[in-house]
Structure formats: C-alpha cells, structure tokens
Design a protein around this ligand. Sequence first.
Ligand code: ZN
Length: 155
Amino acid sequence: MSSENLRNLYQQVILEHYKKPRHRGKTSPVHRHQRGHNPSCGDTIDLTVQLDPEGDHIEDVKFEGEGCAISISSADLMADAMRGKSIAEALEMIQRFQTMMKGEAEFPKEMRKLNVMQGVAQFPVRIKCATLTWHTLKAALESRDSLTSQYVTKE
Ligand code: ZN
C-alpha cells in the first residue's frame, strides 16, 4: 500500500471508530477488569473481558473511559479483533501489535484492519495512545482475578 493511501485509510478508520465505537460499555459478566492510563496524553481506558466457561477464550471485550481519537479507535479495533480468540492467540496479537508499532510486523489479511494503526508510527509521541489498550488487555489477561488494577504507560 502506498504511504498516501495508508495515511488516508488510517485517518478514515480512526475517525470512524472514534465517533461510533461499537464496543463501548461493560461486558456481562465481567471476568477481567483492568484500567489503563497514559499520562503523557491523558487517556484512561477501563477494559472489561468476558471469557468462555473454560476460561481460555475471549467471548467479549468492552471499554469505557476517555481518551484521544487514537486511543479510543485502537480500543475499538482491538475489541473487534479479539472476539472468539484464545488467550494464547490474544497474547500473540498483542505482541504483534507492539512489534508492528516499531515497524517490524504486520497482521495477516483477515486482521488487516489493524494494520492501519501503523499510521500512528509517524507520530512517535502518539504511539502510547495506540498501544495503551493492548498493554491493558495483556495485564487483564495475565491477572488471576477480576480485581481492578491499573496499567500505566512508562516513559
Ligand atoms: Zn492519546
């Protein structure tokens, strides 16, 4: 994809998911709850996760909170991509997203919508806005219970 096409698509997808997020709210029931905060921008995201009865697949991910367009659209795109994934697949996707933001990986065709977030890499100070929700989900999946804890981005 040319860089200009990528930029246009990136802006379009970010705005669409920011204005009309499809996964805003709280899962029912809540099996995991994690808050993520990015002090460099002021983004705060409360993620809730619903797991399957065996506890090894994600049935639903929802988010609440306030943040910039990049953090909110990234959370919405992530929630979309995570439905039905196993915990192992989810952790692999989180790893891939972080690697992608360093310009070293991409998602395969069936998840290519996530690749538009590469557009954020042009603005290094905003990368944390895009990765916040992914770090927060990782912390949520790795916690053993549903107690609220907070993930804070590091400098
Ligand atoms: Zn932000």
